[in-house]
Structures are given as C-alpha cells and as structure tokens.
Design a protein around this ligand. Structure first.
Ligand SMILES: [Zn+2]
Length: 221
C-alpha cells in the first residue's frame, strides 16, 4: 500500500477505522486537491471551469443540505471526472458533540441525496471541521466509510486576499499533501488558477483522487 493509512482501534468493537490524510510516500511529487462545503451556486462552477482548463480532477466533499437546487453541479462534477464525497448533511457547528447514532443518520442522509442525484454512493467521509473523536470514528465506521482528511490546510476561509492565499499555498505545500480548500469562496475561485500553475512549475503533479489514495471512491451498489 502506498497511501497513508492510520488505523484507530476500538477494543470493544474489534473494528478499525481507516483514516487517510496524505500520500504515504512523502518523496512523491503527487498532490491532491480537495474542496469542502459545496455545492455552491456561485463558486463551485467557477472552480470547475479552472479545473477543466488545467485538466485536473479533484474531490468535492459536499454538504447534503446544499444539494437541492444545485443538482446540475453534481452532474457536472461527475461528468468532468471529479469525485463526490460526503461532508455530512447539516455540517452543524455542534456536529462532533452529537451522539454517534445522530451523526450516523446525518452521514446517511448526505449519502442518500448524493445517491439519488448521481446513482453513486460515496465511500469517503470528511467530518465537519475535520474533528475525529471516538463518537465520530464509530459513526463513520458504522457507515462502512473511510475518513479522508488533509495534510495541507489553505485557510482560505480566513483569507480575504487572493495573493496571500496563493503565496501561502505555494510556500506551504509538500509532496504527498492532500490540500484543503472550499468551493464556497470567491477568493478560492479566483486564486485557484495561479495556485495550480505555480505548483506545477515547482514540479508538483495533481493526481486524480482515486489514483492518489489507491481507493475506490464509491461503494458497490
Ligand atoms: Zn466543512
């Protein structure tokens, strides 16, 4: 196995949660783009335009409640070779404090809506705010999914200035990183092209999500 897999063990259940946050080979020049919190009616398509221009596929961790009215964005993501994954239905600020059963239902609701629109059932989950406590781990395990987080956080949610976002990203990215951005932000949509070109100039290669993680993105159903 070439991807990074950290196993969390639950003595009572005997099951393991598979958690992936980067490529195992840190000497690799491969990196992977991930976008959270869409679909967004204004910015997701701008990001898709940039990705299409540069022939790069990425993974979109979407929020279930953002899907109604934006179904065509999901269709476009699939048509253009991207992966759609689960980022919960509600993305509640209290999400990681919920009981496991409620989290599990919320994950399922997001998977259901993705399935109803695309016919695909996501196998990857990214918890809201990236928190994986024992309750979250049990909920993800109960749904039979893998937890996919990140190793480079762009902080695009806190950055208003495009140039700052671009510079920080170019300086900070290392080989094997999973990059976290948000397709719900103007600054990300406008800075992404420069980020891609600059990282490619530094020799980085944007790998497709399933290639990068060596994992299937969807359950068989
Ligand atoms: Zn999020």
């Amino acid at each position: 196995m070439v991807f990074s897999v950290a196993m969390s063990f639950f003595p009572n259940s005997g099951f393991h949660l598979e958690k992936v946050s980067s490529h195992r080979d840190r000497n690799s020049k491969k990196i992977m783009l991930s976008f959270d919190d869409g679909p967004h009616p204004q910015y997701s398509e701008k990001i898709l335009d940039v990705l299409r221009e540069h022939k790069i596929s990425a993974v979109f961790f979407i929020i279930g409640k953002h899907v109604p009215g934006n179904e065509q964005i999901l269709h476009r993501m699939i048509r253009e070779g991207h992966v759609i994954a689960n980022h919960s239905h509600t993305h509640s600020v209290l999400w990681d404090l919920w009981p496991t059963a409620r989290m599990s239902e919320d994950i399922e609701k997001c998977s259901e809506i993705i399935h109803s629109v695309t016919g695909l059932r996501p196998a990857w989950f990214r918890p809201p705010y990236g928190v994986i406590n024992p309750m979250v781990a049990k909920a993800v395990l109960a749904r039979g999914m893998a937890a996919v987080t990140w190793s480079f956080r762009s902080f695009d949610t806190n950055t208003k200035e495009e140039n700052r976002l671009v510079e920080k990203t170019i300086k900070g990215v290392r080989g094997g990183d999973i990059l976290l951005f948000h397709d719900s932000l103007a600054v990300t949509a406008s800075g992404l092209g420069k980020i891609i070109v600059s990282l490619q100039k530094k020799g980085f290669e944007f790998a497709g999500p399933e290639d990068f993680l060596r994992k299937k993105a969807y359950a068989d159903c």
